[in-house]
Each structure stands twice: as C-alpha cells, then as structure tokens.
Design a protein around this ligand. Structure first.
Ligand SMILES: O=C(O)CCC(=O)C(=O)O
Ligand SMILES: [Fe+2]
Length: 353
C-alpha cells in the first residue's frame, strides 16, 4: 500500500553503531529541514530518543556542505603546521575568555566532580596528546578571539573560514534544539531565546603524530582523557582516522567509528541537568586506533584532526528544569537548582585548565 511505503521512506533513523548495549543511531536530518510537520515530528522523536538512551547520535544531511567541512579541516591543518612561536603568541589565557591556542599537555579534560588539584595531578601523570585552537563568539568586550590574521594572508583566510563556519554551526544548534523541543512536546521555538546568542565555542583539534612506543610503554596513555562535555550539545566533525570511544551502559568503551559526511552529536552536562537527567551526557574519550596493517613498519602513529563545536545556552540565561521533566505528573522531583549558564560553564572550565 502506498501509505506504508511512504511511512517506510520517512523512517529517519537507522543504526550507526551498536555494541555492548550502546546504540548510536544514524539520523537523517533532511526530513526535518524540509519543514513538513509530520516528518519534522518523526525526526524530532528520533533525536530525543537518542539523547535519552545513549546521549549520542550521528546526523546526516545536516545542511553544512562537505566542501565547507573540508575547507575547515584544511585551514585547521595549516594553522597547526605553523611554527610553535606563532601559535604560542596566540595562547589561551583564562576560563572566562576561553579563546586561543592550547599547546600539548595544557588541558586535561575533567569529569563534573573533579577538583582543581586533582586536575593538576592527572595532567602530570599522562598529558593528553593533542593541541587545540579555541574560538568563541566575536564582539564580546574584553574577550577577543586570538586570530592569526595579523600574521599573513593565510591567517586572514583562516579567520574568514572559521567565522563563517561558526555561524553555520550556530544555526544547526538552533535547529537541533528545535527538534528537541518538538520531541519534548514544547513549542518548537521554545529554546530559541536560549540559543540565539551563539555563546558557543569552536575547538579545532590536532592530535599530532606520536611514537608507537608512547602507547606501548604507558598503557594508560590516551589521546584525550575520558570526560563528558559541559554545555548543551556538541557537534563533532572527525576525520577518517577513528579513535573516538563512547562509554557503554556495560562500562566498556565502544568505538564511535567515523561515518563519512555525518556529524557526531552528543548532549552535554548542562543539557542533562536542564532536562532533569532525562537526557544523558555520556562520557567519551579519544584513543589511538589500531594502525592499518600496511602502516605497521612505521614507528609513528599518524596525526588525527577533529573539529568540535561546543554549543551552550546564552551565558546570561537561567538554566532551570524544563517543563514536563519533573513534578507530580511525571512523579519525579526536580533534582537541581537553577544556575546561570555562564556561571556553570566557567566553573567547569576552571577545573579543566
Ligand atoms: O576529537 C574528538 O573526536 C573528540 C574531542 C572531544 O570529545 C572534546 O574535545 O570534547
Ligand atoms: Fe568531548
């Protein structure tokens, strides 16, 4: 029957990864972007289901063209290939600003309950094997981005590429939050006043080539330590190397393999808190994936690049349990006090650097 066929064609989710009771669905965002209410609703429900069960999903047809993503990766690689003194001249300064270049070993990502002194101890034991460039919203007084545009033409182009990309990702964050709103039976534009500021953070990541011995001699060594993300959502663009792993309900780590032309989207701690823990912020890490056989003769693991766009509710907004997530009707009490988005994020970043 035609009706059935249409229904099947509309099915927005398939499986991206499934192992050890962890399911990361692969969701087609096209039907949501098409704007037809029934299709939007069906995508919205799949997205919310994913955030409630694993906290992670793959998104395809997200609207950011592959050519744009390639350009961002290219400019990012050229940035990290600059002389160390140039990168150091654009260094990250404070959690309040959270902008600039972070050299290898500077950051050790943390868990929500970590205190500052234990971060020092962790950092000394096994520093993360990565460097990053943090880019925030433009035009905030006292917190300028650390652009390389004064250095040369390539630096100017980098700024242009990243500013455009920042806006595209900001828009995608707003759209995914609209899907979550529909999934939660809230008005579609409920979150717009929380997401329209674009208080987000674009992080370019470079995991440089490392001697294989580094991992052999130190079994605890990872590329980026286990952590959960802090904000509302993270949009993660990864290259084809692999290495991202997500903690399963069975407490194993499952490979979130790269799927071409998809973004990994995961919920952060502040969204989990906002949803009274209906939505999960799941821990993840980056390890060295096994090298392909033909590469075995090399004593180095090759580089990996990724781009993470950390989305946050507008800094001045109060984040308090969402309607429908607590109270007599649902039989669950409110678990957290309201907190200002900016206060929460600065507290988390202070424990990280
Ligand atoms: O590089 C990756 O694939 C993940 C990075 C990450 O989880 C993070 O920076 O929060
Ligand atoms: Fe992360």
């Amino acid at each position: 029957m035609a009706g059935n066929i249409t229904q099947q064609e509309c099915k927005p989710a398939s499986t991206g990864v499934e192992k050890d009771d962890l399911v990361i669905p692969l969701i087609d965002f096209e039907p949501f972007r098409s704007g037809r209410p029934a299709e939007k609703h069906s995508v919205a429900v799949s997205i919310l289901d994913a955030f409630k069960s694993s906290g992670f999903l793959y998104l395809k047809n997200h609207g950011i063209p592959p050519s744009v993503v390639s350009k961002v990766f290219g400019d990012s690689a050229r940035f990290f290939a600059r002389p160390q003194e140039q990168k150091d001249s654009l260094g990250w300064t404070t959690p309040q600003s959270n902008r600039g270049y972070v050299a290898r070993g500077r950051e050790k990502v943390s868990l929500p309950d970590a205190d500052v002194s234990s971060v020092e101890a962790m950092r000394a034991a096994a520093p993360d094997l990565k460097e990053s460039m943090e880019i925030g919203r433009e035009g905030i007084e006292g917190y300028p981005n650390r652009w390389p545009d004064q250095l040369d033409e390539e630096g100017k182009e980098f700024k242009h590429t990243m500013l455009d990309f920042f806006e595209s990702c900001k828009d995608l964050h707003m759209q995914i939050m609209r899907a979550i709103a529909i999934g939660m039976s809230l008005p579609e534009h409920f979150f717009d006043e929380f997401t329209n500021g674009g208080d987000n953070n674009l992080r370019l990541l470079h995991y440089p080539p490392v001697p294989k011995d580094t991992f052999k001699n130190n079994p605890g060594q990872v590329r980026a330590g286990e952590h959960s993300d802090y904000g509302s959502l993270t949009l993660l663009f990864q290259d084809s190397r692999g290495g991202l792993q997500v903690r399963s309900p069975n407490d194993t780590f499952v490979d979130a393999i790269p799927i071409p032309d998809t973004i990994v989207v995961n919920a952060g701690d502040l969204l989990a808190r906002w949803s009274n823990d209906i939505i999960k912020s799941t821990r993840h890490r980056v390890v060295e994936p096994p090298s392909p056989a033909e590469d075995d003769k090399s004593d180095m693991y090759p580089a990996r690049y990724s781009v993470a766009y950390f989305c946050n509710p507008n800094m001045e907004k109060l984040i308090d349990a969402l309607p429908g997530t607590y109270g007599d009707e649902v039989g669950v009490p409110k678990k957290y006090e309201g907190i200002k988005s900016g206060d929460y994020l600065v507290k988390r970043l202070t424990a990280t650097y």
